[in-house]
Design a protein around this ligand. Structure first.
Ligand code: 5GP
Length: 172
């Protein structure tokens, strides 16, 4: 049986999402911000984040598939859902569940830049260092983890565990 080792409970997550939302609200005051959530993993984080923001925002989603093993991405990335809001000359904030190698975000940032946005920044629930291969700047990171496979609060293993309120380390 896989073992779930708690990392952050609902209360910890509420506090860290509120904290990052305060920073974003302050940094983007009087600007027109478009949040782009990366499906599927970021859907829970994004839905909490937008409700903590005190500035008006627009929300869109993008989806990519990466072919690899169950627990690691391969870097072989394919876009399966395009953005639908026009981001040309707009401030864009990408909202990701977890950054591991950074390959997914590098791919998405390159894709977005083809639309000539004014700025593109990154907000990640979790910043996982161990396997980072891309030089990618995470502007807003809620929490850092060294390694391991994380589930809960939107993050899955074979589509399971997304509905857990807390964040866990999955031991297979
Ligand atoms: P990267 O391209 O940065 O290596 O990986 C990013 C994507 O891989 C994330 O959006 C997520 O879908 C998946 N991923 C990487 N590490 C984990 C993890 O620890 N747990 C889960 N559930 N997904 C992960």
């Amino acid at each position: 049986m896989p073992e779930l080792i708690p990392i952050l409970n609902k209360n910890d997550i509420d506090h860290m999402v509120a904290r990052v939302a305060r920073r974003i609200s302050s940094d983007y005051q009087d600007r027109e911000l478009i949040l782009i959530g990366i499906l599927k993993g970021a859907f829970v984080f994004l839905s909490d984040l937008v409700r903590h923001l005190t500035i008006p925002v627009k929300v869109d989603f993008i989806r990519v598939c990466s072919y690899g093993s169950d627990v690691s991405s391969s870097g072989n990335i394919r876009l399966t859902k395009e953005i639908e809001i026009d981001v040309t000359n707009k401030d864009v904030l990408l909202v990701e569940d977890i950054v591991d190698t950074g390959l997914t975000l590098s791919y998405i940032v390159d894709y977005l830049k083809t639309f000539d946005p004014k700025t593109v920044k990154i907000c990640a629930l979790l910043d996982k260092h161990e396997r980072r291969s891309e030089n990618i700047k995470i502007d807003y990171a809620c929490h850092e983890v060294d390694k391991g496979f994380i589930v809960g609060y939107g993050l899955d293993y074979n589509e399971n565990y997304r509905n857990l309120a807390g964040i866990y380390h999955l031991k297979l």
